[in-house]
Design a binder for this molecule. Structure first.
Ligand code: AMP
Ligand code: ZN
Length: 464
């Protein structure tokens, strides 16, 4: 597979460290508000990438953090903690806010057929891991204490701007840094690893540390959580393009300083969803959510298809007019597929050609719009219905648009998928991994699956 790699700024062949095993990391949501459909564009495209890698025979383990502490209102070290702001806004505690919006996030993901990552880890679960990493960075001479905070010293690196020529928008945070200059920093690009003395008197969650009571910076959480679950070598790290700088740049700086070698080979960035006012962002207030689209009568999968119709490396502009066009196209597509009869023997030899075009589309830097075209090509082709259904069902493992209405084989697949989810939830509960367990519970609930405790174990049924 060829993927555009922000590290190197060109398309490259994707070659994981260990054969067919892929360690994938995704920056998770900051859970102080609902995810908007821009955030979800990023998660949809990352989901397609993960599903395609699995389709292509890779054994993927995907880890995602939940940012429930440390992300300030500026992506640099200024402003207030977004979680504290959220709690104030809603007159709740930070942990109540975190739980509510984490659940809301996974329920949106389930509606969009975004798979729950194998590991979901809230930052507040990993304070010891952050402290260990910060201590090592100090011991190795990469971090210093100043004015009560611990900072990463970017002057110790040969090349801090690893992604090369960032454009003006990407550097916006760095520029803003000038405005609110932190006198404790030795260099403008240094960043906080651990806050102790800070202007945030009302910080809700604080922990003891060798440098005094405080809380972690935002960047350290992704490095530490990734290394904790995926080890020293990460194959692919994903996020929205606004995260490339400073967040991912800082992640690379501290991870490589800590490990003493290169950490992650591929950086996958999804371009923004814009609306008439520019980049959709939570801080602008009246943003669009999946629930709002549902209230307006849209099937969330229409939004998934809307995202798949354009390339992840192009900015996408949202309008109801374009979403309406996708809704019409989706309905027509589903009708055409449901008219197929499932009769005849599968024409395996002929099918190969179509599987080849689907694969070439996705192999070419995840060209999802050509992947969708492959579905239309199958419908138009001189193939029997059974072969058409066979191919569309296969492609839909990646596109995940529920293209095939529940026939017998998909029902069996569905049963297996749900049983696997229940088993994964049991395992998470046994490991006291409540975030993963809750995320799976929400995914099941959004799919109207009711769990029933019986003496023989957990049974399930679909609620009407
Ligand atoms: P956050 O919850 O703010 O930490 O963001 C979650 C994810 O959404 C990150 O990967 C961001 O880079 C991404 N993101 C934020 N705004 C947008 C947008 N307008 N379009 C696409 N992705 C976005
Ligand atoms: Zn991150």
């Amino acid at each position: 597979m060829i993927l555009y790699n922000t590290l190197g700024q060109k398309k490259m062949e994707f070659v994981p460290h260990s054969g067919k095993k892929v360690n994938m990391y995704t920056c998770g949501p900051t859970v102080y508000h609902f995810a908007h459909i821009g955030n979800l564009r990023t998660y949809i495209m990352e989901d397609v990438l993960e599903r395609y890698l699995r389709y292509d025979g890779y054994d993927v383990t995907r880890v995602m953090n939940i940012t429930d502490v440390g992300h300030l209102t500026s992506d640099a070290d200024t402003g207030n903690d977004k979680m504290v702001e959220g709690a104030k806004r809603e007159h709740k505690t930070v942990m109540e806010i975190a739980k509510f919006y984490t659940d809301a996030f996974f329920s949106d993901c389930a509606k969009l057929n975004i798979k729950t990552p194998d590991v979901v880890e809230p930052a507040t679960n990993c304070i010891d891991d952050f402290i260990k990493m910060v201590s090592t960075l100090i011991d190795k001479g990469y971090a210093y204490l100043s004015g009560g905070n611990v900072y990463f010293d970017t002057s110790k690196l040969d090349n801090y701007y690893v992604f090369g020529n960032m454009n003006a928008d990407d550097l916006e945070v760095g520029v803003r840094d000038d405005v609110d200059h932190d006198e404790n920093k030795r260099n403008k690009t240094d960043f906080v690893l651990w806050f102790t003395k800070s202007k945030f008197e009302d910080q809700a969650l604080k922990w003891d540390s060798p440098w005094g009571v405080g809380y972690p910076g935002w960047h350290i959480e992704c490095s530490a959580i990734s290394i904790k679950h995926s080890g020293e070598y990460l194959d692919i790290h994903c996020g929205g393009v606004d995260n490339a700088f400073p967040h991912h740049t800082n992640e690379i700086a501290q991870s490589e300083a800590y490990l003493g070698h290169k950490w992650c080979n591929y950086w996958f960035h999804v371009l923004h969803l814009n609306d008439a006012r520019g980049k959709m962002s939570k801080s602008k207030g009246d943003f669009l959510t999946v629930s709002l689209l549902e209230e307006k009568g849209y099937n969330p999968l229409v939004y998934r298809m809307f995202c798949l119709q354009s390339h992840y490396r192009k900015p996408l502009t949202f309008s109801y007019e374009s979403l309406d066009n996708t809704a019409k196209a989706y309905d027509k597509l589903i009708k055409r597929i449901s008219a197929l009869s499932n009769e005849g023997e599968i024409q395996t030899d002929l099918a190969k050609e179509f599987e080849g075009s689907f694969k070439s589309a996705l192999d070419n830097d995840l060209n999802t719009s050509l992947g969708l075209t492959a579905v239309y090509d199958v419908l138009k082709a001189d193939l029997n219905d059974a072969t058409k259904l066979y191919l569309i069902e296969k492609f839909d493992k990646v596109l995940c648009l529920n293209l095939i209405s529940a026939d017998e084989s998909t029902e069996q697949n569905l049963d297996r998928e749900i049983e696997e989810l229940i088993a994964k939830r049991q395992e998470a509960r046994a490991n006291k991994d409540w975030a993963t367990a809750d995320a799976i519970r929400d995914e099941l609930a959004a799919r109207h699956i009711k769990l029933i405790d019986t003496p023989e174990g957990i049974k399930w049924e679909i609620q009407e």
